[in-house]
Design a protein around this ligand. Structure first.
Ligand code: SF4
Length: 466
C-alpha cells in the first residue's frame, strides 16, 4: 500500500525567497512515530512542507495529514486535492482534536487526541475494509511503542534532526495552553519507559539532542532515572521545564550532569494577577531569580517565554519584561501575543464574553491580535510586541545580557548563541537554501559545550534546596 504522510506549512514557511530558521528546526516526529505502525510492505513517503516543496502529483492509497491551527486551511486544501484523486484521507493533530466538526467535511477519517492508539486501530480497520469516520483516543500508554521511523526523515533539511520526545503532555493546566483539549477524556501526562527512552537516545548519531517534551522534568522519578542513564553518554541537550521543577530537589543538577545546556521556561508574565488569571499556578509565588541563579550556576542557558496581552498588562509591560529578561541574563526570549486557541479555557471564556474577533486561523500565530483586548489597545499590543523582539535582540541588549554571567565562557556562549539565533537570519536563509543545515550541528554542539568555572573545572553542582 502507498501511504503519504504530510505536515503542511503556512504560507510564510514555504516562501521560495525567505524561510525563517524557526521552520527548519525540527523534523515531523509525530508522523514518523505513527509510520512505525505501517507494515514493512507499505511504501511510506513523509513530506514536511516547511522544508520541501510538496509533490502533489502522486496517487497514494492513503494520505495522513497532521493539522495544527495555522496550517489548518492549507491542510484542508491538500486533503480535498487527494480526495478528488481517489485517495483515502485522514486528518489528525491538535486542531482536528479541538474542532472535529470543522475538519470532518475534509476527511474520510479523523483522529482525535494522541495518535499512538487511534492510528493502529484505524490501520487494522482500513486493511479489513471497514474504516470508521472518527477514531477517538482511549488508551494513554506509550510504554511499548515501536521505534520511530527516523529513516523517513530527511536529516539534512533540519538544524536539529536529533529531536526526541519521551513523554506526552504536561502535568499542569494553564488556561491558554492547547494541551487540555488534545488530552481531554484521559491522562494528560505520561512517559515512555526509561529503558525505551535511553534506547531511542542511543540510536541517534552525534552528541546533540533536543527534547521536545512539554515538560521534561514533569515526572521527577522518570526524569531522574533518565538523567542517571544519560550520564556518561556524552550528550549535550536542550529541553523545557517549569520554574517549580527547577527549584524542587536536585533534579536540575542531575539534568546538568547528564548534559542539559539550555532550558526553555514559560515565565509568561511578571504579574501575579496575570498568573492567577491564566491558572499558571506552578509559577505563582515562585522565586524566578532563584531559579535563574541556579541555572546559571550550572552553566545552563535560558530561553524565556513571555505572553503579552493578559488583562493586567498596561503600556509599561513591554519595557519591564525586556529589561527584566536582559538584566537576568536570559540568552533568548520568545514573545507571544496572547492567542485564544479553540478548545482552551481561555477561548471559551473569551467567546462567552464576545471577545473573539474572527476565526481566520492563519492569523492565530501569536503575532497578531485576534481578540478584544483589555488593558491595552490592539495597536498598542502589536506595536509593543514588535518592539520587545527588536529591543531584546538589539546588539546592545545581547551584550548587556551576556555580561550578567560571572564566567567568561558563559558570557561568550551566551553572546554567540543569542547573536547567531537572531542576528544572522540572511545567513540561515542561505544555509537553508543550500541544504547545509545539518552541517551546522557541530557548531551548535560546541556552543552548547560545558561551561567551566574559569579554573578548568566544571562548575560545581548547586546544593539541593529541598
Ligand atoms: S506548563 Fe506549559 S505545557 Fe504545561 S499546561 Fe502550562 S503552558 Fe501548557
Amino acid at each position: 500500500m502507498k501511504i503519504k504522510m504530510i505536515l503542511p506549512a503556512l504560507t510564510e514557511a514555504k516562501s521560495p525567497y525567505w524561510r525563517p530558521i524557526k521552520y527548519s528546526l525540527f523534523p515531523p516526529l509525530g508522523l514518523a512515530t505513527l509510520a512505525a505502525w505501517c507494515s514493512p510492505d507499505d511504501e511510506v513517503c513523509l513530506q514536511d512542507e516547511h522544508v520541501e516543496t510538496l509533490d502533489l502529483s502522486d496517487n497514494p492509497d492513503l494520505v495522513i495529514i497532521q493539522v495544527y491551527i495555522t496550517n489548518a486551511f492549507r491542510a484542508y486544501k491538500i486533503a480535498a486535492h487527494y480526495r478528488a484523486k481517489g485517495s483515502y484521507v485522514c486528518l489528525g493533530g491538535l486542531h482536528v482534536s479541538s474542532l472535529p466538526d470543522e475538519a470532518k467535511p475534509f476527511a474520510d477519517s479523523l483522529f482525535i487526541g494522541p495518535g499512538e492508539d487511534t492510528f493502529p486501530r484505524f490501520l487494522n480497520d482500513y486493511r479489513s475494509g471497514n474504516p470508521k469516520p472518527i477514531y477517538v483516543n482511549n488508551t494513554r500508554n506509550i510504554e511499548s511503542i515501536p521505534p520511530i521511523r527516523r529513516d523517513l526523515i530527511k536529516r539534512n533539511l533540519y538544524l536539529v534532526p536529533n529531536s526526541i520526545v519521551v513523554s506526552r503532555g504536561c502535568p499542569h493546566h494553564c488556561d491558554f495552553c492547547y494541551k487540555d483539549a488534545f488530552f481531554e477524556g484521559g491522562k494528560s501526562f505520561y512517559t515512555q519507559r526509561v529503558d525505551a527512552a535511553l534506547a531511542e537516545i542511543d540510536r541517534l548519531p552525534g552528541r546533540h539532542l533536543y527534547f521536545l517534551d512539554d515538560h521534561l522534568l514533569g515526572n521527577q522519578k522518570f526524569a531522574a532515572a533518565l538523567f542517571a542513564g544519560m550520564e556518561g553518554m556524552d550528550r549535550v541537550f536542550q529541553g523545557a521545564s517549569t520554574i517549580d521543577a527547577i527549584l524542587r530537589g536536585d533534579l536540575i543538577e542531575k539534568a546538568a550532569r547528564a548534559g542539559l545546556r539550555s532550558v526553555f521556561i514559560g515565565f509568561e508574565t511578571l504579574s501575579e494577577g496575570n498568573l492567577q488569571q491564566s491558572n499558571k499556578k506552578q509559577n505563582l509565588g515562585k522565586n524566578y531569580q532563584e531559579a535563574i541563579r541556579r541555572l546559571h550556576d550550572l552553566g545552563i542557558m535560558i530561553n524565556g517565554s513571555f505572553v503579552f496581552g493578559l488583562d493586567e498588562d498596561r503600556q509599561d509591560v513591554f519595557k519591564r519584561t525586556v529589561d527584566w529578561a536582559v538584566s537576568n541574563g536570559l540568552t533568548t526570549s520568545t514573545f507571544h501575543i496572547l492567542t485564544p486557541y479553540p478548545g482552551t479555557r481561555l477561548y471559551k471564556d473569551m467567546e462567552q464574553a464576545g471577545r473573539i474577533l474572527h476565526h481566520n486561523w492563519d492569523l492565530y500565530d501569536t503575532r497578531q491580535v485576534v481578540y478584544k483586548t483589555g488593558g491595552l489597545s490592539a495597536d498598542e499590543l502589536k506595536a509593543g510586541y514588535d518592539w520587545a523582539y527588536k529591543s531584546f535582540y538589539s546588539w546592545k541588549n545581547v551584550a548587556k545580557a551576556s555580561v550578567q554571567h560571572d564566567n567568561l565562557h558563559h558570557m561568550i556562549k551566551h553572546f554567540a548563541y543569542a547573536g547567531g539565533w537572531k542576528k544572522f537570519e540572511p545567513l540561515w536563509n542561505f544555509i537553508i537554501k543550500t541544504k547545509g543545515l545539518n552541517q551546522m550541528l557541530p557548531l551548535l554542539e560546541s556552543i552548547l559545550s560545558k561551561v567551566n568555572n574559569g579554573k578548568g573545572q566544571p562548575i560545581k553542582p548547586f546544593p539541593a534546596i529541598a
